[in-house]
Design a binder for this molecule. Structure first.
Ligand SMILES: O=c1[nH]cnc2c1ncn2[C@@H]1O[C@H](CO)[C@@H](O)[C@H]1O
Ligand SMILES: [Zn+2]
Length: 387
């Protein structure tokens, strides 16, 4: 396929597996919700300035400092109305961006400050997602959004959150996740929760291989049994080029924006863990812009996603936190096309990868691939249908 046009990138059907509900609020909504609950701690009172504050503060170079910005969004997500509105707008914003299926994740335990119960939180978010889906469909952008419940890796209640996910598995919750600071909090701390979920035949993903390397990925897969990896970008630590570690090789390539697209693949070797991840088709939920902000990658051109895509790992493209990265799926796709040589064919491939890797039932995934994604891509480059 030829170079994509900007309009194609916006219209292309997209699938988003890794997007934090508390990392995707509209700045104006934060201001209005802060007003309505009497929260006075916002760092800016105007939507543009607040948006800039989030992006600049998240540009911290470290995951723990990046995560501090969530205090501000969580402050306004403590009531039923606040959660409902944020969830509804999330579904509508994703749909307007061309997303046709999304999994939105959040940690229910972070929304109890003003007296909601865990169940109350999940029900408010679910109701908001349903409202957003209905509004998006009415606006001509049908979308389906399911929720993933996240437990925080530094906390000790993962099994309680896992039980909550199972309680709502037939009511809009499709999976479970753990997130938060990675170094010092290995996923095996929460083994009980993962074993419980496996016994329940449920699905889960684990943030691993973002701020910490291979041991975290290895534990997530081989001890915890993760279905997917959140980020997983550090799997390249188990890849060599001409016998040198990938990262060392990459350091010598910073002046060459085409280094990853031009690299001959017969110079590349996978270690046992990387080979396992590829052989087992373990989905990698990759989030390029977020990784630049936390220093998990140096640039879009040199982001490992391009090599991993060429090596045919089960790569998916994601936003992580649209507010903190001032991004969208269209923007992530555009960056890869502009700076890393991606084409519409690459985007179609990651979209189908993502749909295959979703936590909804197989027949529903297949229907979205056959009835929405493939026809949507086939229609690109042609005039938009008259609404
Ligand atoms: O990229 C990330 N890595 C690890 N944790 C994250 C990331 N983005 C957000 N969160 C954490 O997940 C919680 C629930 O959504 C957020 O509150 C934030 O603390
Ligand atoms: Zn994340």
């Amino acid at each position: 396929m030829s170079d994509p046009l900007p309009d194609d990138l916006r219209r292309a059907p997209k699938v988003l597996l890794h997007d934090h509900l508390d990392g995707g609020l509209r700045p104006q909504t934060i201001i209005e919700l802060a007003d309505s609950v009497g929260y006075e701690g916002l760092p800016a009172k105007d939507a543009d300035a607040l948006g800039t504050w989030f992006r600049e503060s998240a540009d911290s170079g470290s995951l723990p400092r990046y995560l501090e910005t969530f205090d501000q969004t969580l402050a306004v997500m403590q009531t039923r109305d606040g959660l409902f509105r944020v969830a509804s707008e999330c579904a509508q914003d994703l749909a307007a961006d061309g997303v046709v299926y999304a999994e939105s994740r959040y940690a229910p335990e972070q929304h109890l400050v003003r007296g909601l119960t865990l169940e109350g939180v999940v029900e408010a978010v679910n109701a908001g997602l349903r409202d957003g889906e209905a509004k998006a469909a009415a606006a001509g952008h049908p979308i389906r959004v399911t929720a993933l419940l996240t437990a925080m890796r530094h906390a000790a209640n993962a099994t309680e959150i896992a039980r909550l996910a199972i309680r709502y598995r037939d009511e809009g919750v499709s999976g479970f996740d753990i997130a938060g600071a990675e170094a010092g909090f290995p996923p095996t701390r929460h083994l009980d929760a993962f074993e419980y979920l496996q016994r329940e035949n449920f699905h889960f993903t684990i943030h691993a291989g973002e701020a910490f390397g291979l041991p975290s990925i290895w534990e997530a897969i081989q001890w915890c049994g993760a279905d997917r990896l959140g980020h997983g970008v550090r799997i390249v630590d188990d890849i060599t080029v001409d016998g040198s570690p990938f990262s060392e090789w990459l350091e010598g390539q910073t002046d060459d924006p085409e280094a990853l697209t031009a690299l001959e693949l017969d110079r590349v070797r996978l270690g046992r863990l990387a080979a396992y991840v590829r052989d087992k088709r373990i989905p990698l939920e990759m989030c390029p812009s977020s990784n630049l902000q936390t220093s998990a990658a140096v640039s879009i051109a040199h982001h490992p996603i391009t090599l991993l895509r060429r090596l045919r790992f089960r790569v998916t493209l994601n936003t992580d936190n649209r507010l903190m990265s001032a991004t969208s799926m269209t923007r992530e796709a555009t960056l890869l096309c502009d700076e890393a040589g991606w084409t519409l064919e690459d985007l179609r491939w990651v979209t189908i990868n993502a749909m295959k890797s979703a936590f909804i039932p197989f027949d529903e995934r297949l229907a979205l691939i056959d009835d929405v994604i493939k026809p949507g891509y086939a229609a690109l480059g042609q005039a938009a249908p008259v609404a």
